[in-house]
Design a protein around this ligand. Structure first.
Ligand code: AMP
Ligand code: ZN
Length: 113
């Protein structure tokens, strides 16, 4: 996906502040943070959204959550955190590469708006 913003971030063509990386996953700070700690965690492989998850690629969602647990340890998020996936237009997705918001270091209200 040549014109995908997050694919360009994975390739280093657009700068980002990396918080975690492994073979499958890349995580970086959100440019418009909604909490004192706000990272975006993505599979390196281009998948458009949660609606495109299937038996072939679902292991990458597991890899994302393994990375979330590693980041939580690395960033000392013992008090907790929230993982959010926005999917499609009504879900508020603005970047067409599946991503998981990792929000922490404040008390997060529920339910979300
Ligand atoms: P969503 O609205 O769920 O699609 O989330 C997209 C997120 O990507 C938003 O929270 C944006 O602030 C974030 N974002 C957009 N461009 C960048 C960028 N260049 N670097 C870091 N985060 C970005
Ligand atoms: Zn992409």
């Amino acid at each position: 996906m040549n014109d995908c913003l997050f694919c360009k971030i994975v390739k280093g063509e657009i700068p980002s502040t990396k918080v975690y990386e492994n073979e499958w996953v890349y995580a970086f700070l959100d440019i418009d943070p909604q909490a004192p700690f706000h990272a975006i965690v993505i599979p390196k492989e281009h998948i458009k959204s949660a609606a495109e998850i299937n038996g072939e690629n679902s292991f990458l969602v597991a890899k994302v959550f393994e990375a979330v647990a590693e980041i939580a340890k690395q960033e000392n998020l013992q008090k907790g955190f929230r993982v959010v996936n926005n999917c499609g237009e009504d879900g508020g997705q603005t970047v067409g590469h599946i991503h998981f918001h990792l929000l922490a270091r404040r008390n997060l209200s529920w339910p979300p708006g």
